[in-house]
Design a protein around this ligand. Structure first.
Ligand code: COA
Length: 183
């Protein structure tokens, strides 16, 4: 892990991914799942088994299908971070944020979140959900910094849900701009 705010020196490219990058994103996600397999708050072992069984067509759809998009962080041509967004039943969801361990704490995760929320604004979205375990402090803090609040209404799988009521609210807008404008 890096010291806080070290990305100026790292020269990382962060942007919306293009469909021909699907294999790079797939490999990054699978590697991260293996690295994080002890962390049940990222995916359960059953979910990991299901993810590993996906066909190429399923991967392409999950990463770039209708009402879905992915973001990528690159150091030269190596993927060092990714995230996904998906509109489900009319509500945008953020999924699969991950940054390579050696590159954490350099605002890459924040940037990949800001890019996704900004794109959701552009696409006319409003409410946004994210699923974050209470134990996942880095991810929780990152979500809170964009204005997400925990939803305590539900039980079961959805107990980890955090909600942003309106992606256009002033706090979220300010945080997105701050992060996107950072060098
Ligand atoms: C969560 C994750 C993507 C954060 O990525 P990152 O690039 O290290 O995060 P950033 O440097 O952009 O930090 C953004 C914000 O997150 C919070 N944060 C990040 N790491 C943190 C840590 N170790 N402790 C506390 N807060 C942390 C801070 O609020 C930070 O904002 P700040 O820099 O203004 O303090 C990364 O830790 C990761 O890949 N974790 C494993 C996978 C995972 O848990 N994904 C999320 C599933 S919901």
């Amino acid at each position: 892990m890096l010291e806080k705010n070290q990305n100026e020196k790292l020269d990382i490219e962060t942007r919306i991914a293009i469909p021909k990058e699907w294999k790079k994103l797939r490999d990054f996600r699978l590697n991260l799942l293996d690295d994080e397999s002890g962390n049940s708050y990222v995916a359960t072992s059953r979910q990991i088994r299901e993810i590993k069984k996906r066909t190429d067509e399923q991967w392409k759809d999950i990463l770039f299908g209708k009402d879905k998009f992915s973001v990528i962080a690159l150091k030269d041509s190596e993927v060092v971070g990714m995230g996904r967004a998906e509109k489900y039943k009319g509500i945008w969801h953020l999924f699969n944020l991950g940054v390579k361990d050696e590159f954490r704490r350099a605002r890459i995760g924040a940037k990949l979140t800001a890019i996704r929320l900004n794109e959701i604004k552009i696409r006319g979205g409003k409410e946004v959900y994210i699923f974050v375990s209470k134990r996942n402090v880095p991810s929780l803090k990152n979500a809170e910094s964009f204005g997400f609040r925990r939803d305590n209404t539900f039980w079961g799988r959805v107990r980890n849900r955090m909600i942003l009521d309106d992606v256009n609210n002033p706090i979220t807008t300010k945080r997105i701009e701050e992060v996107l404008n950072e060098k």
